[in-house]
Ligand binder design. Structure first.
Ligand SMILES: *[C@@H]1O[C@H](CO)[C@@H](O)[C@H](O)[C@H]1NC(C)=O
Length: 490
């Protein structure tokens, strides 16, 4: 009995942490931009529009099956058990993947493609080709780092227009792309701007919380065209979001004691990673989340902000901050949280001084913090898998965390699982294949060899990626035409 408890308890804790981790909300709905007819043979490396894929390991919502998935005109029309049995199909219409894993394509809801305006950093073309090569079939683009920032219906329209003419199969996105809008003091206090932005189709809003309005956030973030916002503006924004039933994405750090930070720089020197780490302590995250959970109580059923939802972006602190979120959630607040592969893969002890590849905010904390984060979660595909295997990550967990939950959170109901009626967004990969990450790996398109993961040994190789039935990536090559579509909420 004792042994049983010992075995089951950790499992339960593990499952509960999952539930906490990505809150499920089924009332958000986003629809795809009307699908347009494209020259199919350029969109896909496969000519069939009706075909079967078969494998011994297909990850479905009901578990892993050996069987086949039937795909017609971009949708999944049947999922059947029994490997090698494909009804009336002709031989050439069946792709046999054998032991390779067939899984829903990954959905990355936190991506900065930086277009228009900062294409020296990233871009629609390179960013979405990298996504396809990493098994990601949908991304949701952030409203900042591009210029102008996406804070009104006009700037959203500008961003969508940069993608290019969809009808001509000459656009620039290889996977489907949704958009977050930005909540800033100006639109928070002018509902007509905010409603215009939401009506134009952003899936929700992103905000950077602060004690004071900071129009010149340059010191903290390197750019100054996305002002920080106080809890007062956030409340205003949430009242509009409640009506649209869309989420608010919050960069949760509130600056404390800035003077100390400068003193600290003097002592340890600005090039040590410790100086950077100490300049943004966990208390910054905790202070922000404290403010947020003071407001999320109104998102409970029957509360004045019912329908709105708060999502804490890239949590690094696995102690007090995480506890505050768990508490709020158990009280019934509509709140969720995410962390990132780099917080799970690295720890501050191993980061060389002056190595800016590891610079992110909040910072990467120590190994103890990392282990606690792994306990709470259990995440681009090879990185998550390589580091997650030893923490007991299974293919089902991976699929839930990387596809189903993000789809639900962003309101993209037609994606995120291998189920009849869904878009045929699928990644085929081999979890057991090990490789050393080098600059030839096909995700380093904009800045070859510039990655914190360079030289690491990873396992899990992406073989092929399908987006709405189009084979967009196969063995290191992309389809000739980019046929992703913008996802706009209705
Ligand atoms: C809100 O913004 C709109 C569009 O920019 C502007 O026409 C209107 O005057 C603004 N309203 C207020 C109260 O500032």
């Amino acid at each position: 009995m004792e042994q049983f408890v010992w075995r089951v308890l950790p499992l339960l804790t593990f499952l509960i942490s999952f539930l906490v981790f990505f809150y499920l909300h089924d009332s958000y709905r986003a629809q795809l931009h009307p699908l347009v007819k494209l020259t199919q043979n350029k969109c896909s490396l496969l000519h069939h529009r009706h075909f079967w894929i078969t494998s011994k390991r297909i990850v479905t919502p009901q578990g892993i099956i050996s069987g086949s998935v039937e795909i017609k005109e971009g949708k999944i029309i049947s999922v059947t058990e029994g490997y090698g049995k494909q009804g009336n199909s002709k031989h050439e219409e069946v792709i046999d993947y054998g032991d390779a894993v067939v899984m829903p394509g990954l959905i990355d809801v936190h991506v900065h493609l930086d277009e228009p305006g900062r294409t020296a950093w990233e871009g629609f073309d390179t960013g979405t080709r990298a996504a396809a090569a990493g098994g990601v079939t949908t991304i949701v683009d952030m409203p900042l780092n591009n210029h102008p920032t996406t804070v009104s219906k006009e700037t959203l329209k500008l961003k969508v227009s940069v993608i290019g003419p969809l009808e001509a199969a000459e656009n620039r996105i290889y996977v489907d792309v949704g958009f977050w809008g930005g909540l800033i003091p100006e639109n928070a206090l002018n509902k007509s701007i905010l409603e215009g932005l939401l009506s134009a189709g952003v899936l929700g809003l992103k905000v950077i919380i602060s004690k004071l309005v900071q129009y010149h956030a340059k010191l903290l973030r390197g750019i100054s065209d996305f002002p920080m916002t106080t809890i007062h503006h956030i409340k205003e924004g949430l009242s509009v979001l409640a009506k649209y039933r869309r989420p608010l994405y919050v960069h949760s750090e509130i600056q404390q004691h800035f003077k100390k930070h400068l003193e600290l720089n003097d002592k340890d020197g600005p090039r040590t990673y410790l100086t950077y780490l100490h300049s943004r302590p966990p208390s910054w995250e905790e202070a922000a989340i404290k403010e947020l959970v003071g407001v999320t109580k109104d998102t409970r059923t029957g509360g004045p902000l019912e329908g709105a939802h708060v999502h804490v972006a890239h949590l690094s602190d696995s102690s007090a901050s995480l506890d505050l979120i768990k508490e709020a959630k158990s009280r019934g607040d509509s709140i969720s949280v995410e962390t990132c592969p780099h917080y799970l893969a690295f720890s501050s002890e191993e980061i060389p001084n002056g190595d800016t590849r590891f610079k992110c905010s909040p910072p990467i904390r120590d190994a103890y913090n990392r282990e606690k984060l792994w306990k709470a979660v259990l995440f681009d595909l090879p990185v998550t898998w390589s580091y997650g295997k030893k923490h007991g990550l299974t293919l089902e967990h991976l699929s839930l965390l990387w596809s189903k939950k993000p789809a639900t959170f962003a309101g993209i109901e037609s994606k995120g699982s291998i189920a009849v009626g869904n878009h045929a967004d699928i990644v085929v990969w081999k979890p057991e294949v090990e490789f050393e990450l080098n600059e030839h790996y096909p995700v380093f398109l904009k800045h070859p060899s510039l990655s914190a993961y360079m030289g690491r040994r990873l396992s899990g190789k992406v073989l092929e990626t399908f987006v709405r039935g189009n084979l967009v990536f196969k063995k290191g090559k992309h389809a000739p035409a980019a046929c992703g579509v913008p996802i706009l909420a209705k």
